[in-house]
Design a protein around this ligand. Structure first.
Ligand code: ATR
Length: 275
């Protein structure tokens, strides 16, 4: 019997998730379909109730629905609870709905697994203090970095976020101007600035020797932040295409108990966008 999966979001037209999950399913011989459905926030609860009532097994939720999905879930994993955002809903054997957030583990798996960028003992800087940052903190802390600093235009937002995670590990909040004179091994752009091709105000000399830059956003062209990293001499300056595939792989594992291979698919999607 074919199991049903979907991604809800608004907008959703350009989502790569149906393609990614369909290829995962073919590769691992899982009998499932996966569709994209445009669901505005106002109809999220009704659409999700209908989806699960009609045999849906698992759902991905993207912008602007991740907080609503967090509220919807009957149970939450620890990482989703702290992220206050859910990108994966899974129907359990008893009919209840589990909420998880696979964004952070997707990022970590791309950094470490695909790009050999180690995080243990490293100085990590996260730019931005919104939902994208919230989703990645716990998996990053689990990698035992030397420090995680969170720089945000609105410093009070970074401070509030650090306070929320105080029990999980040591985090520092600061404004962009306070970055002057500091150096980091890994700089992660989790601001939404990339979407409008903008760059947070970053000082020169922010990168330590062999530092890596990573933009959680991705596009057909290198983002402003990826270009900045290259211009600053980063050892690697990457965008979030790999994270997209890896967060999907983690969701697929939650639903199906099978870990799909990701390397060839990332390479394929990367080649396609260079055309
Ligand atoms: P998301 O869920 O994508 O994280 P969000 O919660 O709206 O979206 O957060 C957007 C983040 O990008 C915030 O940290 C925001 O900074 P402020 O909190 O000061 O608003 C940051 N951001 C957006 N545009 C930016 C820009 N041009 N320069 C620097 N930071 C920017």
């Amino acid at each position: 019997m074919t199991d049903h999966y979907a991604v809800f979001g608004d907008p959703i037209k350009h989502s790569k998730s149906p393609r990614i999950h369909t290829l995962f399913a073919q590769q691992s011989q899982q009998d499932l379909d996966y569709v994209a459905q445009q669901v505005p926030a106002e109809t999220f609860v009704t659409a999700t109730n209908d989806f699960f009532a009609n045999g849906g097994q698992g759902l991905n939720c993207t912008v602007p629905l991740k907080e609503l999905a967090w509220q919807y879930a009957d149970q939450l994993t620890e990482r989703a609870r702290l992220a206050k955002a859910v990108n994966t809903l899974a129907k359990q054997a008893d009919g209840s709905i589990l909420g998880d957030n696979t964004d952070g583990i997707g990022l970590v798996n791309d950094l470490i697994g695909n790009h050999q960028i180690q995080l243990a003992g490293k100085r990590i800087l996260i730019l931005g203090a919104g939902g994208a940052t919230r989703g990645i903190i716990l998996p990053l802390l689990d990698c035992q970095p030397a420090q995680i600093s969170i720089a945000n235009r609105t410093v009070s937002k970074a401070e509030a976020l650090v306070a929320d995670f105080a029990a999980q590990g040591r985090l520092t909040a600061l404004g962009f101007e306070a970055l002057a004179g500091q150096q980091f091994d890994v700089v992660l752009n989790a601001t939404s600035a990339s979407l409008s091709d903008q760059l947070p105000p970053l000082p020169a000399d922010l990168l330590a020797a062999n530092a890596c830059c990573y933009d959680l956003a991705y596009g057909n062209q290198p983002t402003a932040f990826v270009k900045w990293g290259l211009a600053q001499g980063a050892a690697q300056s990457l965008d979030g295409l790999g994270m997209l595939v890896e967060q999907a792989a983690e969701a697929f594992f939650i639903w199906r108990g099978v870990s799909p291979a990701t390397t060839d698919l990332i390479a394929l999607l990367d080649t396609e966008r260079q055309k």
